[in-house]
Write a protein that binds this ligand. Structure first.
Ligand code: UN1
Length: 514
């Protein structure tokens, strides 16, 4: 299976990939990192790491390629992205399956993620003819003013293991139509998905005569990550990952006055009002909290439910959780795969234990899911629900643990629920289930008194954003916006142009200088 997949994606003879690896090889040996299957705990393949010289060469290539790529007309760059989207359509299933194999999300979600890259490619094609600048009236006679958006330079794209394809896609497809070149630093836990994804994009670019538009650098933080964020040749660093990582990247890039686009942790809550469609709320909450084994930045981590319906709803939720099939993420019917590695299982166990010590009550899950046979070495856990004490005081729920743990809180008034939802440091995604348009509107209050998150859903769960909207969040989530709407502007520099066509000099602000 693995070999066929690698062959179909053209990775079997790839110079960076070693397919005959065994589990007893140490990752650092010969500068090789092992890509592990989290469902079995066994290696899929080895990947040769980049060193300092490779980083230099790749960055120099990106700078050089930018000089000519920026001159390609934007709609022509759109044509490139259109062809890339089509190339992904041809391997949708294979690429989705590779993701599943490497990071453990179920196959439907792996395929869904590649679809997200195809969707943003389609979006970017249209965007390539809409890189609009404004014109504005000049205060001076016989002068014209306009602004134009210009290609910016190589973009450093740092991605996490959990969306190893689409988060790059959001950045790279837009960056390409904007005339930028891309250097991708993927998570060392998902290098194969990066290589497969990037090789397809660059192959298409090469076919059109554009070299080094999409490159990747696979290496450790000290050898390639730190140099990249410190490097002035990257005017923009787009980074996705933990708040801790983002705080570091943000301050280093700001220190050299570069731009960063940060999409960091979330601690997303679902509010369920007493007038909600509870059937809908139940299904959405299960997908939001259990999907991707709780390893989305948009995962529902907190449930804030009206006290009058909390006990009944929790009982139904526990029942639903108990029907979730946990197992081989490639197998049909499985709804939840493994966590990415053993460290994540330890963090899960630590969170469960700490929440209980703080007064939380475990109502389902809370432990490893033990498997036998092929899956014996997999990092499986049971989806977990913990009810907060009556006081709603549960410090553990303020932390983002990348695992399927849902903390349940109760409320009396909507104000209280919204305050609770806003009380965490992160501000990515939020949701309310209600049949009342007033409650929904209060949650979306245009004064800003409602949800303080970058994403706010009504009668939908916290995860599963469409690409058409800008994606990202506030506070410790980092403030960046990727994907749809006007996120493209992050990849270009703005120039205000004032053009005089008068023989008389007129100074702005009416200044006389004679
Ligand atoms: C992430 O987890 O980093 O909204 C991205 C969602 C997906 C993207 C998640 N479209 O859940």
């Amino acid at each position: 299976m693995t070999h066929t997949l690698l062959t179909k994606l053209g990775l079997d003879k790839h110079p960076r990939i070693i397919t005959d690896v065994r589990g007893d090889e140490t990752p650092e040996k010969d500068n090789i990192i092992l890509s592990m299957n989290p469902a079995t705990g066994k290696p899929i393949a080895g990947v040769k790491l980049d060193g300092k010289d490779d980083y230099e060469r790749i960055t120099a290539n990106a700078v050089e390629a930018f000089k000519s790529f920026r001159k390609v007309p934007a709609p022509k760059r759109g044509e490139l992205v259109r062809r890339i989207g089509n190339a992904y359509r041809e391997v949708l299933e294979e690429l989705g399956s590779l993701e599943t194999l490497e990071m453990g999300k179920i196959k439907a979600e792996g395929i869904g993620e590649v679809q997200e890259t195809i969707d943003i490619a389609d979006f970017a094609v249209g965007q390539s003819r809409q890189l609009y600048g404004k014109t504005m009236p000049s205060e001076r006679p016989e002068h014209a003013m306009k602004e134009q958006w210009l290609p910016m330079g190589p973009v450093g794209i740092i991605t996490a293991f959990n969306f190893p394809n689409a988060v790059w896609g959001w950045n790279a497809m837009l960056a390409a139509v904007c005339g930028d070149t891309c250097v991708w630093k993927p998570s060392l836990m998902a290098p194969l998905t990066c290589i497969a994804t990037n090789e397809i994009a660059q192959r298409v670019a090469s076919e059109m005569g554009y070299e080094n538009i999409f490159q990747y650098v696979i290496g450790t933080d000290d050898i390639v990550g730190e140099p990249m964020i410190r490097d002035r040749r990257y005017p923009l660093i787009s980074a996705t990952g933990s708040c801790r990582m983002g705080r570091h990247v943000g301050s280093v890039v700001a220190g050299r006055l570069g731009k960063s686009l940060l999409e960091l942790g979330g601690n997303n809550a679902v509010i369920i009002a007493e007038d909600a469609n509870l059937d809908l709320a139940l299904k959405s909450t299960v997908f939001g909290s259990v999907g991707t084994a709780g390893q989305r930045c948009t995962t529902s981590r907190r449930l804030i439910i009206h006290e009058s319906i909390a006990d009944d709803f929790c009982a139904k939720l526990v029942k639903a959780y108990e029907t979730v099939t946990i197992g081989d993420p490639l197998a049909d019917g499985v709804l939840m795969g493994p966590l990415i590695n053993e460290q994540s299982v330890v963090a899960f166990e630590h969170a469960v234990k700490t929440a209980q010590e703080q007064g939380g009550t475990l109502i389902t899950g809370g432990e490893r899911e033990v498997k036998t046979g092929e899956l014996a070495g997999g990092h499986f856990v049971k989806p977990t629900i913990i009810r907060a004490p009556k006081s709603n005081d549960l410090p553990m729920a303020h932390e983002e643990t990348f695992a399927p743990i849902l903390y349940v809180f109760t409320y009396k008034t909507l104000e209280e629920a919204i305050d609770m939802q806003n009380s965490v440091d992160q501000g990515l995604s939020s949701a309310i289930f209600t049949g009342s348009s007033n409650s929904a509107q209060r949650f979306l209050d245009p004064s800003g008194a409602g949800s303080d998150c970058g994403l706010a859903y009504v009668n939908l769960g916290t995860s599963g954003a469409e690409i058409g909207g800008a994606f990202g969040g506030e506070k410790d989530t980092g403030g960046g916006r990727e994907s749809g709407s006007d996120a493209w502007k992050a990849y270009m520099r703005r120039q205000t142009c004032t053009i005089g066509f008068s023989d008389t000099l007129t100074l702005a602000q009416g200044i006389k200088f004679e």
